[in-house]
Design a protein around this ligand. Structure first.
Ligand code: ADP
Length: 489
């Protein structure tokens, strides 16, 4: 079935770049195809933007900023509320777009749309709360003030794993703060971003405050976004390697940078854990989106007393997952995004098995072919194997045994990543102790559904800079300015 036939509103499938409130082709007039990872079918051909298109979008944003930054916060808030309403109104179509270009099951895609919409709603409210301060002065003839102002033109670069939500949680606070935005979605998934642009237009946002540039090569658009002096801030979500590169590119112009990079989340099961809850949490946090989320559990660190039972129960639950096209009812796990993702998983598995690990469930490509992979559980894993050291970004659960609490924490912290960590225990004192010892930006205790618009999402160490969501999230798009009022005596 054609994608447009699945949509109630075919206008949400856009195949042009969105610059200055208009739908345009790329200057070089080149295009590239977007494919459905479940079927390999082409979905659309979109413009392949490059530096010249990026300069046009930046110029449009710079122009739009003049009015937008002066637009009263309640008005910005009401436009964001309108956008929130439209996201929910079109949630089913948006979910179809996400599933078509990204592969996740429709139910997960619908969850992503609502998650994205929640950030827009949250920041509609935060737009009105960018309060300043008055600082007590040392002399009576002065008043010392702090005001918060929009940082200016913001660039966003986002990944394919949550093509709508990763964008919404950058664009919503940026627009709420009074910034104008130029966005580069991932090559594999530009359609969700273009649909968001369509909805900002319908919501009534002025031309130029939000621009979307599809491209097949991130570096061409990214090079301009990071070198153009008009861009004052970059917000990036993606791999650690690309994040480091972009950070170095932004150093030249001393741009403000937010980075949400790779994780290597530990999931510790202590000997006093509720095993049933731990297994349910493990399945939810490992196999969602086929293991392609940056807060997916990457290593299961399980007390030796429970190790065999946990492995057995996990394998049982994982065997019950149904692999298929995300658009089909009953699918629990869709395909991986592409062939390279499958090869990465295979390489890690080969390395682990060659070093003594055993596959107790899955372990190979799925019979559906393409980029489908079997949900996999691996035992006898050690911390020095690639599957434990590197982020897998696929449906593989490696289980490492431990004996003491100190050993578990040491294993968990044995990485340069520091995004999310999880552990299961019934001991309250241990819950506090371990939560404080884990070197991660987010810790789930007896819970894996840790993310929402209300919390500061982000990592420490090499997992990133800055936080998204919550009352802290809007600060990433604001500058503090001190105003010293003198001569008041
Ligand atoms: P992944 O491995 O998940 O694809 P990437 O970090 O490569 O992670 O991709 C995340 C985003 O970064 C995508 O939008 C991608 O196009 C973009 N990207 C990758 N390389 C560059 C680059 N050199 N400059 C700008 N953007 C880039």
């Amino acid at each position: 079935m054609l994608l447009t036939d699945r949509l109630n509103d075919a206008q949400l499938l856009r195949d042009k770049a969105y610059i200055n409130g208009g739908w345009v082709a790329a200057h070089e007039a080149a295009g590239f195809s977007v494919y459905n990872p479940a079927t390999g079918a082409p979905l659309a051909t979109v413009p392949d933007c490059a530096a010249e298109d990026t300069r046009a979008a930046i110029a449009a944003a710079e122009q739009a900023l003049i009015v937008w930054r002066e637009t009263p916060a309640p008005l910005r808030a009401s436009l964001l509320r309108a956008l929130h309403g439209l996201l929910l109104k079109h949630e089913e179509d948006l979910a179809q777009l996400i599933t078509a270009e990204q592969g996740k099951p429709l139910a997960e895609a619908l969850g992503e749309v609502r998650y994205a919409a929640a950030y827009v709603d949250w920041f509609a409210a935060e737009a009105r709360r960018t309060y300043g301060d008055v600082i007590p002065a040392a002399s009576a003839d002065r008043r010392l003030l702090v005001v918060k102002q929009p940082i200016g033109v913001v660039a966003t670069i986002t990944p394919w794993n949550f093509p709508l939500a990763m964008l919404a949680r950058k664009v919503a606070p940026a627009l709420a703060a009074g910034c104008a935005v130029v966005s580069k979605p991932a090559e594999a998934t530009p359609l969700s971003a273009l649909a968001l642009a369509e909805l900002t237009s319908r919501a009534g946002f002025p031309a130029g405050v939000f621009n979307v540039l599809p491209t097949s090569s991130g570096d061409r658009v990214g090079g301009e976004l990071t070198s153009n002096p008009v861009v004052r801030k970059l917000s990036f979500t993606g791999s650690t390697a690309t994040g480091k590169l972009l950070l170095s590119q932004c150093a030249e112009g001393v741009k403000k940078v937010s980075l949400e990079l790779g994780g290597n989340a530990p999931f510790i099961v202590f000997d006093d854990a509720d095993l049933e809850a731990a297994v349910a949490g493990a399945v939810a946090v490992k196999f969602r989106n086929s293991g392609q989320t940056c807060i997916c559990a990457n290593r299961f660190i399980v007390h030796e007393k429970l190790y065999d039972e946990f492995a057995e129960r996990l394998a049982l639950a994982v065997n019950a997952l149904s692999v298929g096209d995300g658009a089909e009812a009953g699918t629990d796990q869709g395909p991986l995004i592409n062939a390279a993702a499958v090869r990465k998983v295979e390489n890690q598995l080969e390395d682990a098995v060659a070093s003594g690990a055993h596959v107790i469930c899955g372990g190979a490509r799925h019979e559906r072919g393409g980029s489908f992979f079997q949900p996999t559980v691996l035992v006898n894993v050690r911390g020095d194997m690639r599957v434990a050291r590197e982020e897998t970004f696929g449906p593989v659960a490696p289980l490492l045994p431990f004996q003491s609490e100190a050993e578990a924490v040491e294993l968990a912290n044995q990485t340069q990543a520091g995004l999310a960590a999880y552990f299961y225990t019934a001991d309250m004192a241990r819950a506090w102790r371990v939560a404080e010892q884990l070197e991660y930006g987010m810790v789930g205790v007896n819970e894996t559904a840790i993310s929402s618009e209300a919390i500061p999402f982000g990592g420490i160490k090499e997992s990133g800079l800055g936080r998204e969501g919550s009352s802290y999230g809007i600060d990433e798009y604001l500058e503090l300015k001190h105003i010293c009022m003198g001569g008041l005596g």
